[in-house]
Write a protein that binds this ligand. Structure first.
Ligand SMILES: NC(=O)c1ccc[n+]([C@@H]2O[C@H](COP(=O)([O-])OP(=O)(O)OC[C@H]3O[C@@H](n4cnc5c(N)ncnc54)[C@H](O)[C@@H]3O)[C@@H](O)[C@H]2O)c1
Length: 324
């Protein structure tokens, strides 16, 4: 069964999904929508018969799609999801869900009411060795977790503006927060300290904090600290480490490593080729079969990750801990 698929937003991350879909026989991208017509047209040229649009409504009125990929910047969410929910079209949406809580909460309620299949772009959940990692964590007691996303500033212009991106913790470090929830359970309280060290002076219009540390309490009694920075000129460090009475679990974007209590380390560091491929396969499987069980990150679940990252922003702004 061929699935007719539409893209809303055809920028950087969309290209990654398109490349994955190009290798899947059952996927046929027939529609590309972008505010920038040229981008939509360029994308459409790679898919015979596909059409380019600059209006989401025109695209959805013109074509009967089986599924959509929503690859919009954080401030641009709302119209796309509402149009897809209204028409009952399953969608995969990129993280973060938005720049506030109100819109994602409204959309989550509408999705739930419709029973619509959704997936959110938390591809770290599809790292192939995470099942083993979870079993390791279940074999002992989690004490604490340290997470980090320390690097430079991404090139897209909206990223550096707080009201457009939500800032690094909401936009980027959300992957680490999501991994913390996936592996260690729900976060019940956050306290954040952010700083503006360099970027606001060096980059015109940049107002996102360029350093931050967020301390968290989890429902199971463990604690976590997730730190981020986007001021490095090169290099960096991204991942999380879970410290337990049975050893240590290290997670990075491309795999995991377990250091067991007898000192044995799983070696070499497991390398998942491209976890986004598994995310896309799971979504298309769910659309084809109507069974969402292979999707590891639904809209409703992702909302909880988003709530933690927004709470961090609130805490940093008020100087007070926020309970969830
Ligand atoms: N899962 C991941 O690891 C990952 C990696 C990169 C980006 N992302 C996420 O993907 C999202 C997009 O990032 P990107 O790097 O592709 O951004 P981008 O700026 O490269 O692309 C976004 C595209 O959306 C278009 N657009 C904006 N508003 C629109 C609207 N209302 N209707 C139609 N098109 C519109 C823009 O013209 C642009 O072409 C971000 O939320 C980002 O966090 C996720």
């Amino acid at each position: 069964m061929t699935l007719k698929i539409g893209f809303i937003g055809t920028g950087g991350v969309a290209k990654g999904h398109m490349a994955n879909l190009a290798a899947m026989e059952e996927a046929q991208i027939t529609a590309f929508c972008d505010l920038q017509q040229e981008r939509a047209e360029t994308a459409a040229r790679d898919w015979p018969g596909a059409k380019a649009y600059t209006s989401i409504a025109d695209m959805l009125d013109d074509q009967k799609l089986d599924a959509a990929f929503v690859c919009l910047p954080p401030m641009a969410h709302g119209d796309a999801e509402r149009a897809l929910i209204e028409r009952g079209i399953p969608f995969l949406v990129e993280k973060p869900l938005g720049v506030d809580l109100e819109l994602p909460r409204q959309l989550a309620a509408q999705i739930e009411e419709k029973g619509l299949i959704t997936s959110v772009g938390y591809q770290w959940r599809y790292i192939q060795s995470l099942d083993e990692a979870k079993r390791f964590l279940e074999s002992g007691r989690i004490g604490m977790t340290l997470g980090y996303w320390i690097g430079g500033m991404p090139g897209v212009p909206w990223w550096r503006v707080q009201r457009l991106s939500g800032g690094q913790f909401v936009e980027q470090t959300t992957h680490i927060t999501d991994m913390l929830r996936y592996l260690c359970g729900e976060v019940v309280e956050v306290y954040a300290a952010y700083g503006h060290r360099v970027l606001h002076e060096r980059e015109e219009g940049a107002d996102v904090p360029d350093v931050g540390t967020v301390t968290m309490k989890l429902a199971n009694g463990s604690v976590a600290t997730i730190s981020n920075a986007c001021l490095l000129p090169a290099g960096g460090k991204t991942g999380l480490e879970v410290f337990t009475d049975q050893g240590v679990l290290e997670v990075q974007a491309n795999g995991t490593r377990i250091i067991r209590k007898n000192g044995d380390a799983s070696a070499p560091f497991d390398v998942t080729p491209n976890s986004r491929v598994f995310e896309d396969i799971a979504f298309l499987n769910a659309v084809r079969t109507g069974d969402p069980s292979s999707i590891k990150s639904s809209y409703g679940d992702s909302l909880k990750t988003h709530e933690v990252t927004i709470a961090a922003n609130v805490s940093a702004a008020t100087g007070k801990p926020v309970k969830l």
